[in-house]
Design a protein around this ligand. Structure first.
Ligand SMILES: Cc1cc2nc3c(=O)[nH]c(=O)nc-3n(C[C@H](O)[C@H](O)[C@H](O)COP(=O)(O)OP(=O)(O)OC[C@H]3O[C@@H](n4cnc5c(N)ncnc54)[C@H](O)[C@@H]3O)c2cc1C
Length: 597
């Protein structure tokens, strides 16, 4: 199968092969190159996609008891974060052994070294901390008790940059080699000293095999061709799989979807991630003996809108909403407490799917959209992504909605903007994928809610939540509109937004121990095989359990990528643990010139 190439690859011998040049792969490669190790990074996409999903991300980072929180008067602690994580994760399976340990280690990182690690690399944070996944069901239920969502100054591209630049410097120095358009199709397993051992595999992973794909000159995020032009086999003492989740593979998502917990898989779902998030490596690793756990734990969103200017197929954008929009099902019934915008993703998913329709509606007005609609994604936040203080301050002070939100209002297929309730409901019914909404029924519910606005207190739990949010300085300044009546014409026009379900994160994956070694079906590590990032459910095979607290995915990739890189660096000397006594054997043969470099 291997190709004998006249062109020797520059990474020879190689200490590790990293499969996937997303954030987790870059972090692992960075740590390895810091230790003076030689790394080969393979990715099925071209160089334009370096950094993977993280580039598109908003750059939200979960931190505990940070200076940013303290400056805003937020009292947080590791104990409080532990409590929130435990009640959200709901670990309840035997296979949660490693996920629990990753969760604890990650919490200590988020409350300890994480901020300094990123700061030392040059990453800075914006001063206002967001309050994601507020919960709303009680202190012992899912959700963040306090705001913890710290936004990277420069959003996702900046999170990528602080790792990409040192890796590129290591590339110039000859420590790192990048093989783009190299798609891994198989992990090479060979007999090892523990043949027939208790990991359920009779060997160690000694390399990878795959296909070289035809060059692609497409821009970042655009789906590329899968034309095969050659094959390759490459060897190293350690292989680190950092291939991401399953969010663009709807067949796989359907297979994994937890019908009994969330309801039937939706007929319509938008893709919140690029096409390369295909989940193929999971089955490839499983075939090599890896244990794959918690595959039914999926983190999809309920506030998806069709991107009027798509990059990848079926491209959806997530609204990150403030708490004031009213949320209705497809028939126009207001959802019960606590299904409020930004409170409890999985609960709302379950509630929506129990209606037997796969979409829902926000009803709000111009004042609310201006202050409370943020769109997830670096390209939807050009002010922060470009690190432009003037534009960012303009956004905070402006009485208009941010430019990208205005563009959705104008061009988005899901938006209805109307001066009267009759026009509003007519527009909603034009966009309906199901039942017709009754005007009077909808308006009656809005009026009932609006009557709760005459006092500074209320029996309506969502109105109480708005008052509560404004007790947090960050929300009051930039995120939560002053309480007012939705039907008050001075706050108009009225707006309705059709919300579809949106794929995003994979919470289960390859089971790994705290050294990022992949566990075999028999329960012990597979020699030579490591994994990090979303393919491991962000650590262990699912450190989030059933629910996420947000901002924990980039952080999970950074933490697990760091641990994988350090573990392999510590073990890659000949005879070290990870090499199973084989030492660096080098790349056997390849033609790196056929794929892009
Ligand atoms: C729009 C958006 C907003 C987000 N916002 C946030 C946020 O604010 N905060 C947060 O914490 N998280 C956020 N996330 C999630 C976070 O960005 C991802 O979970 C994370 O970046 C995943 O990184 P990864 O390295 O594990 O995988 P990926 O970024 O998916 O990278 C995997 C790489 O592996 C390659 N690959 C896969 N299979 C193979 C193969 N067989 N052979 C060769 N190469 C292969 C892929 O081409 C890809 O380049 C967001 C994601 C998106 C899309």
């Amino acid at each position: 199968m291997g190709i004998t190439s006249p062109n020797a690859a520059p990474c020879e011998p190689c200490d590790a092969i990293v499969v996937g040049a997303g954030l987790a792969g870059l972090v692992a490669a960075h740590e390895l190159s810091l230790a003076g190790k030689r790394v080969l990074i393979l990715d099925q996409e071209n160089r334009a996609n370096l950094g993977g999903q993280a580039f598109w991300s908003l750059g939200g980072l979960f931190l505990v008891d940070s200076p940013e929180q303290r400056r805003l008067g937020v009292h947080d602690s590791l104990d409080l974060a532990r409590q929130d994580w435990a009640t959200s994760a709901g670990f309840d399976r035997d296979e949660d052994h490693w996920p629990r340990q990753w969760a604890e280690a990650y919490l200590e990182f988020a409350a300890g070294d994480k901020r300094r690690y990123l700061h030392d690399l040059g990453l800075r944070l914006t001063p206002v901390v967001g309050w994601a996944e507020r919960g709303g069901s009680g202190a012992s239920e899912h959700g963040n008790s306090v705001p913890r969502f710290h936004l990277a100054w420069g959003t996702g591209p900046e999170v990528v940059r602080v790792f990409r630049e040192p890796v590129e410097r290591a590339e110039s120095a000859g420590l790192v080699t990048m093989g783009f358009r190299h798609r891994v199709d198989e992990l090479v397993v060979e007999d090892s000293d523990n043949e027939g051992g208790d990991n359920g595999v009779s060997g160690a992973v000694v390399g990878v095999r795959g296909r070289v794909l035809a060059p692609s000159h497409t821009g970042r995020g655009i789906e590329s061709n899968r034309d095969e032009v050659d094959d390759f086999e490459l060897r190293a003492p350690a292989v680190i799989v950092t291939s991401g989740g399953i969010g663009h593979n709807f067949d796989l998502m359907r297979q994994c979807w937890p019908v009994e917990r969330l309801g039937e898989f939706p007929q319509t779902m938008l893709a919140g991630v690029p096409a390369h998030v295909d989940g193929r490596m999971l089955a490839i690793a499983e075939h090599a003996g890896a244990s794959l756990i918690n595959r039914d734990r999926i983190w999809a969103y309920t506030e998806g809108i069709e991107n009027w200017n798509p990059v990848w197929p079926n491209h959806g954008i997530r609204i990150i909403p403030g708490p004031s929009s009213l949320w209705f099902d497809a028939e126009g019934n207001r959802f019960p407490a606590p299904n409020y915008p930004g409170f409890d993703t999985n609960r709302t998913m379950r509630t929506i799917l129990s209606t037997e329709h796969d979409y829902s509606w926000f009803v709000l007005n111009e004042s609310i959209i201006r202050k409370e609609f943020a769109l997830s994604g670096s390209e939807q936040n050009p002010d922060i992504t470009k690190k432009d203080w003037r534009l960012t301050l303009d956004r905070a002070r402006s009485s208009d909605a941010p430019g990208p939100v205005e563009a959705f209002k104008k061009f988005g297929a899901d938006f209805v903007v109307a001066d009267t309730t009759e026009e509003l409901v007519a527009g909603m019914n034009e966009r309906s994928r199901g039942p017709v909404i009754d005007h009077d029924h909808l308006v009656e519910q809005i009026v009932a809610r609006d009557r709760q606005m005459d006092n500074a207190f209320s029996k309506d739990a969502q109105v109480q939540a708005i008052h509560n949010a404004r007790n947090y300085l960050g929300d009051k300044i930039v995120r939560v509109q002053k309480p007012h009546k939705i039907l008050d014409p001075t706050h108009g026009p009225l707006i309705a937004v059709r919300l579809s379900l949106l794929s995003r994160k994979t919470l289960g994956g390859l089971e790994t121990n705290l050294d990022a070694q992949v566990i075999g079906a028999g329960g012990t590590p597979i020699p030579g095989l490591y994994a990090a990032g979303e393919v491991t459910g962000f650590g262990g095979g699912g450190m989030h359990g059933y629910n996420a607290l947000e901002g924990t995915f980039l952080g999970g990739c950074i933490f697990s990528g760091m641990r994988a890189g350090r573990a392999v660096a510590g073990s890659s000397a000949p005879g070290g643990d990870g090499t199973n006594g084989r030492g660096a054997v080098g790349i056997e043969a390849t033609d790196m010139t056929r794929g892009e470099r």
